[in-house]
Design a binder for this molecule. Structure first.
Ligand code: TMP
Ligand code: ASP
Length: 239
């Protein structure tokens, strides 16, 4: 597979075409961004860590029957993925209250959410990713009713797999965001799963081990991502 021109540069990743129109190269850069790009910083090793973290999680999900765009790791900070037609809808599941939920509803951080909640956001930085619902998504054509039902089903299925995976490694999966796309008429998980797009706390101490370390200036951002990975059994120097 030959890497061709850059198609798109996001806040932390870039997408390149390949000689096969059905496949893209996803490059994880060292750039870190929060608050819709208002706070940015380059963090050494971040591209490598998130690329290998994402590969590990995507492989676990595929093994559990969740269709994903991930094909294989190509280099320390690049992976080969299927070309998906992405849907501009972010799907968020929360197991424990944190972040925007606490601000919006005034609930206490750390409160267990039973059953876990499910929220949709429109992927639009200029509008600060506003919360939407299935009716709005359908009416404005961001996703069909069938797509939305499948995205919800898969997002909860991911929770079943990952909650246990993190728990077994001494961590709590507090919440996470997924993005989906379509290929061959099928909904598949796209984008990435890394500590940038989820919240992970230590099971005993509830120490924050995700991008909140960057958002809240808690320090040791990448060192902590690496600790999460090591607990899961990821070798970040494997490539
Ligand atoms: P929130 O508490 O800010 O709504 O975020 C919930 C979870 O989803 C948290 O793990 C961060 C993740 N997320 C993103 O990574 N990007 C986004 O644009 C949104 C809305 C959430
Ligand atoms: N991922 C978004 C950004 O980079 C939101 C966030 O993580 O705070 O701005």
């Amino acid at each position: 597979m030959e890497k061709r021109a850059e198609l798109y540069a996001g806040k932390a990743k870039s997408v390149f075409r390949t000689d096969d129109p059905d496949y893209f190269v996803l490059m994880f850069r060292d750039d870190t961004s929060a608050f819709d790009g208002q706070k940015t910083q380059q963090l050494e090793r971040k591209g490598r860590v998130n690329n290998l973290f994402n590969a590990f999680i995507m492989e676990k999900l595929a093994a559990a029957g969740v269709p994903t765009h991930f094909e294989k790791v190509l280099s320390a900070n690049e992976s080969l993925v299927r070309n998906l037609e992405m849907l501009p809808v972010e799907c968020v599941v929360r197991n424990i209250a944190a972040g925007s939920l606490c601000k919006r509803l005034g609930v206490t951080e750390g409160q267990e959410l039973q059953p876990p909640t499910y929220e949709l956001f429109l992927k639009n930085d200029a509008l600060h990713d506003p919360m939407i619902n299935e009716s709005l998504a359908e009416t404005f054509g961001w996703a069909s009713a069938e797509d939305l039902a499948e995205m919800k089903r898969l997002t909860y299925e991911v929770n079943g797999v990952l909650k246990q995976l993190f728990l077994d490694a001494g961590m709590l999966l507090v919440d996470y965001k997924l993005e989906f796309g379509q290929a061959d008429g099928k909904i598949m998980l796209g984008d990435e799963f890394s500590p940038d797009g989820c919240r992970i706390w230590d099971r005993e101490t509830r120490r924050k081990m995700d991008k909140d370390r960057f958002r809240q200036d808690l320090g040791d951002v990448i060192e902590t991502y690496e600790e999460v990975g090591r607990r899961l059994g990821i070798d970040f120097d494997a490539i």
